[in-house]
Design a protein around this ligand. Structure first.
Ligand SMILES: N[C@@H](CCC[C@H](N)C(=O)O)C(=O)O
Length: 273
């Protein structure tokens, strides 16, 4: 793979060989790097963008650095493909699987992410990820908004399979209501009393992704709240996930678990200059 000469080199003579692992969680895919040596120049967002580029780089929805963190098994630093940072539910499940692969953890872990501490459990190819508590859902016109570690707008639509997710998602993502940071946008259609079909336009990828973990969590909380459920099965274009939670009397949500597969797809080396 030949790179164009990177224009904004951090310093002359910059050259780096990176060993990476490609992971995917229900089609949400990530470049995963064991960066416990802290060698990766995380402020070089052009490098992050290049590595996530599906033509000039490895290609991914996001990039994740695994680093040491006092008091925790590891820290996960997540970048969207455009270099912006947020919490990533599918990425966190993949980070847990990767940390088991590296021998950092066994079956259970407590790790740090941008939104705070998370517990998780590895169950075969699946990972059960503890999400941060959610204090409340909000109305957004006739739709809903909830922050599950990253911001999510949730809209019910008649048939999400045929819905123009990219066009309608961009309108909401860039609308003045969400300026300046924007939001992720999820469109949902119930398939049965405890199952949803969810498609997501993702901020920072600026496209529909095959699934979004914090997004399906947001959708499950909205649907669960309206239908007195504490477990919702989610179908996405990238695969199936499950969300469990406890709804407290004050309207908050605790004990939230995002459950789904996390798979290592390939290992590689890439030379960047
Ligand atoms: N795909 C992720 C969400 C990543 C962050 C999101 N794009 C944002 O910028 O808020 C997930 O699985 O949660």
């Amino acid at each position: 793979m030949v790179f164009e000469k990177r224009k904004n080199l951090p310093q002359q003579g910059f050259h780096m060989e990176i060993t990476f692992y490609k992971y995917q969680g229900t089609g949400n895919d990530f470049v995963m790097i064991d960066d416990r040596s802290e060698a990766f120049p995380e402020r070089d967002l052009a490098l992050v963008q290049r590595l996530c580029d599906r033509r000039f780089g490895i290609g991914a929805d996001g990039l994740i650095l695994i680093r040491n963190k006092q008091g925790y098994d590891f820290e996960m630093i997540y970048f969207n493909a455009d270099g912006s940072q947020s919490m990533c539910g599918n990425g966190a499940r993949c980070a847990v699987a990767f940390s088991k692969f590296l021998g950092i953890i066994d079956q259970r872990t407590s790790f740090w992410a941008i939104d705070g501490a998370h517990d998780a459990r590895v169950a075969g190819d699946w990972v059960e990820l503890g999400m941060r508590d959610v204090l409340s859902l909000s109305n957004a016109g006739v739709d809903f908004f909830v922050n599950t570690g990253s911001p999510h707008h949730v809209r019910y639509v008649e048939n999400v399979a045929d819905y123009p997710v990219f066009e309608e998602g961009r309108k909401i993502r860039f609308s003045s209501e969400y300026a300046p940071g924007g939001t992720n946008v999820n469109f949902i259609t119930p398939l049965s009393e405890d199952e949803l079909y969810v498609r997501t336009y993702e901020r920072g990828v600026e496209n529909e992704t095959l699934s979004c973990g914090t997004g399906v969590t947001a959708c499950a909380l909205v649907y669960g709240f309206q239908n007195q459920l504490n477990e919702v099965n989610i179908k996405t274009p990238g695969g199936n996930l499950r969300v469990r939670f406890t709804k407290a009397a004050d309207g908050s949500f605790t004990d939230i678990l995002l459950i789904g597969p996390a798979e290592q797809v390939f290992e590689g080396k890439i030379s960047v200059q």
